[in-house]
Design a protein around this ligand. Structure first.
Ligand code: NCD
Length: 364
């Protein structure tokens, strides 16, 4: 049995296979209409969601399965102080697979180690969002035919945008991908993403504050919303929220076949007038998200049937237990009771990072 917490939990070959299954689902929906008959998906959403929760729900329905769950932490026992581990153990008694979204970074990993059914991370704080990345990848695959030799611009909130972090991790495994990071300095890509993904994979990247400068070189433009809910200072959000607005005029210097992606929701960062431009792919991305979530649910349920035992992903990794405390206040270790503090060494100098959230370092 396997969970998907981070996009790199799936190999490049598995991502190809998921894209192929998605195309087959699109071509032959009837073939899959009863594939998950008698199976239940639990959607545990502690944070707001429209697309991710509804697309998981629609995906399971189109596979002939059932869906149960909650939307909003206030509707669950989390509001009474229940841990993610206990919730996962409980839900394992009712369902066959979990999709969960939380504000705390590392919570899906906790659930996957506590429950006895596969867990899909549907977004954990500013950390990861692997199934949005699958939607992004299927869209790129359908629009561009390949993941190699692309120049991909990420624009907006690169600091808190978990979809950006996950897509960069996914793209790091393809050939000759160049990354252009477009943001104000306050919202630049965090150092840990550069140190853990861009640099070790020798990815070519540049940083700029100018969308105009970047536009002509891009094959893909990935727009993002400024993540208001993750700001500690509301005034800073107000100052930064209108930094980038994509308009038809700004698209004049773009390649004719550039593909515009956005994980959505959009606030104001893409003018509605852009929606009719043939390069706008963000609503196709929504639909692709449903198909590739169908493919993922199918894959994880098949694997769980063949091998119901949970594989301990921490075993044999040389992780250090309970020697330090994670300094990330949004890490799941800050709230979850009696959770081990687990650190991995990330470089030759012996720097360490929290295994749960990938963000925090040992507190002094
Ligand atoms: C994204 C998310 O939740 O991270 N939305 C989504 O799942 N499609 C992006 C966002 O909220 O800005």
């Amino acid at each position: 049995m396997r969970s998907v917490i981070d996009i790199v939990d799936l190999s490049v070959e598995e991502i190809d296979e998921l894209c192929k299954t998605s195309l087959d689902i699109i071509a032959n929906p009837a073939k899959y209409a009863e594939s998950c008959k008698g199976k239940k998906l639990a959607t545990l959403f502690y944070e707001p969601s429209t697309r991710t929760r509804l697309s998981f729900t629609a995906a399971m329905m189109e596979l002939g399965g059932d869906v149960l769950g909650f939307a909003g932490a206030s509707n669950s026992s989390a509001s009474k102080g229940e841990s993610f581990a206990d919730t996962a153990k409980t839900v394992s008694c009712y369902a066959d697979i979990i999709a969960m979204r939380t504000t705390q970074e590392g919570a899906a990993l906790v659930a996957s180690r506590a429950g006895s059914i596969p867990v899909i991370n549907a977004g954990d704080g500013r950390h990861c969002h692997p199934t949005q990345t699958l939607a992004d990848l299927l869209t790129i695959y359908r629009e561009k035919g390949s993941f190699d030799n692309l120049t991909v611009g990420f624009c907006g909130d690169l600091k808190y945008g978990r979809t950006v972090h996950s897509l960069i991790a996914a793209l790091s495994r393809y050939k000759n991908v160049k990354i252009v990071l477009i943001s104000p300095k306050e919202l630049m890509l965090p150092d840990y993403v550069k140190e853990d993904i861009l640099e070790p994979n020798h990815m070519e990247y540049m940083e700029t504050a100018s969308l105009e400068e970047a536009m002509p070189m891009l094959d893909i433009l990935y727009m993002t919303r400024v993540q208001r809910e993750r700001f500690d200072d509301p005034e800073e959000y107000e100052r930064l929220k209108n930094n980038y607005i994509l308009t038809l005029e700004k698209l004049e210097t773009a390649k004719k076949d550039m593909c515009i992606l956005h994980p959505l929701p959009r606030v104001n960062e893409i003018s509605v007038k852009v929606d009719d431009d043939p390069r706008a792919c963000y609503f196709k991305q929504v639909l692709n998200g449903k198909y590739i979530r169908m493919a993922l649910i199918l894959k994880l349920l098949e694997e769980a049937k063949k091998n119901p035992k949970r594989v301990d992903a921490f075993a044999g990794k040389g992780y250090e237990f309970n020697k330090h405390v994670c300094n990330n206040p949004k890490c799941v270790t800050a709230n979850e009771q009696e959770l081990d503090q687990v650190f991995k060494t990330i470089d030759a100098e012996g720097h360490q990072r929290c295994v749960w959230c990938d963000i925090g370092e040992p507190q002094d």
